[in-house]
Write a protein that binds this ligand. Structure first.
Ligand SMILES: *Cc1c(COP(=O)(O)O)cnc(C)c1O
Length: 295
């Protein structure tokens, strides 16, 4: 409740944003929820090292590095892209993770695709010793359990709850914690229809729907329209959005409002999952492409 603010998107109904990105400075937004019970489990198993996977500007990599530093774990990040090895200093996310004590293993895109295989994990164990493995994006049963705590007492008043989707863990927790009269709308940040199935692994409820029209060409893809939208939104509502997840979701929500998707008098709750650490990295990419920067 404390992080929820009302915003003025339309006069037809009420829209609120739950700014869970304000829950912690470094392990923020949904990533704090996703890591909570995994950290507890790693402690229970007496593990000393956390190992996980991610891309160049991954919010998850940044969050695991910071969480490891706070809770006393060594951290290892297996990162997609061998070429990044010599570019850590020019990459805000990897520099931050390194500063938090994370060690990196840079691998090719091909290797990264096979990272779930038994052989690959065994090789990592030979190299790094025993570790607690957190999957890419951090989604597992314990992560979903943590995300069930995103909704709080009082949130039953909303008719719609909107949430960005990457691997589907966050929305699964929200669905599990929702009431039957509520509809959960997920806005995938990437192309592909595997997400529908992923989410049904973690929830048996059916009061949800994926809105697949607002991925802007795929994961971490951005264009001038999206960037200008993010900048205008921040100016008007004093809420910063990230380009990978929340920016695309809010663009989608505004478009749906314009298309009369929501019945009049609806009460909508938007989950601002965070991701703001990724803005700096995205700006380095935008600059090279001569696109406007995120302010
Ligand atoms: C990781 C992330 C998501 C996606 O969460 P999933 O549980 O993978 O669906 C959404 N928003 C932000 C800001 C994220 O960092």
């Amino acid at each position: 409740m404390g992080l929820t603010v009302k915003i003025n998107l339309t006069s037809d109904f009420q829209v609120f944003v739950k700014n869970i990105y304000k829950n912690h400075a470094f392990v923020s937004g949904n990533k704090l929820h996703k890591l909570k019970y995994n950290i507890i489990e790693a402690k229970n198993q007496k593990k000393r090292t956390l190992l996980t996977f991610g891309g160049a500007y991954s919010n998850h990599i940044a969050a695991v590095a910071a969480a490891g530093n706070i809770f006393g774990f060594e951290t290892i990040g297996v990162v997609r892209g061998e070429e990044l090895k010599n570019k850590i200093n020019g990459n805000p996310t990897l520099s931050f993770a390194k500063q938090q004590g994370m060690q990196f293993q840079f691998i090719s895109r091909d290797e990264f695709r096979n990272k779930g295989s038994k052989l690959f994990i065994e090789n990592l164990e030979l190299q790094f010793g025993d570790f607690y493995l957190i999957p890419e994006g951090g989604t597992n049963k314990l992560a979903v359990k943590g995300c069930e705590e995103i909704l709080e007492e009082g949130d039953e008043v909303y008719d719609y709850i909107c949430c960005p989707v990457g691997t589907g863990g966050t929305i699964s927790g929200i669905i599990n914690a929702s009431f039957p009269h509520q509809k959960i709308l997920g806005f995938p940040a990437l192309k592909g229809d595997f997400l529908q199935e992923e989410i049904t692994k973690f929830t048996t409820k059916t009061n949800w729907e994926l809105i697949t029209d607002y991925h802007f060409g795929g994961y971490a893809k951005a264009n001038e329209v999206l960037i200008r939208f993010i900048n205008t939104f921040k100016e008007e509502h004093k809420i910063p959005l990230d380009p990978v997840y929340t920016g695309k979701m809010l663009y989608g929500i505004q478009d749906l409002i314009a298309k009369d998707f929501f019945p009049k008098q609806s009460k909508i709750l938007i989950i601002h999952t965070g991701g703001l650490q990724g803005i700096e990295g995205m700006n380095t990419v935008l600059k090279k492409k001569n696109l406007p920067l995120i302010q």
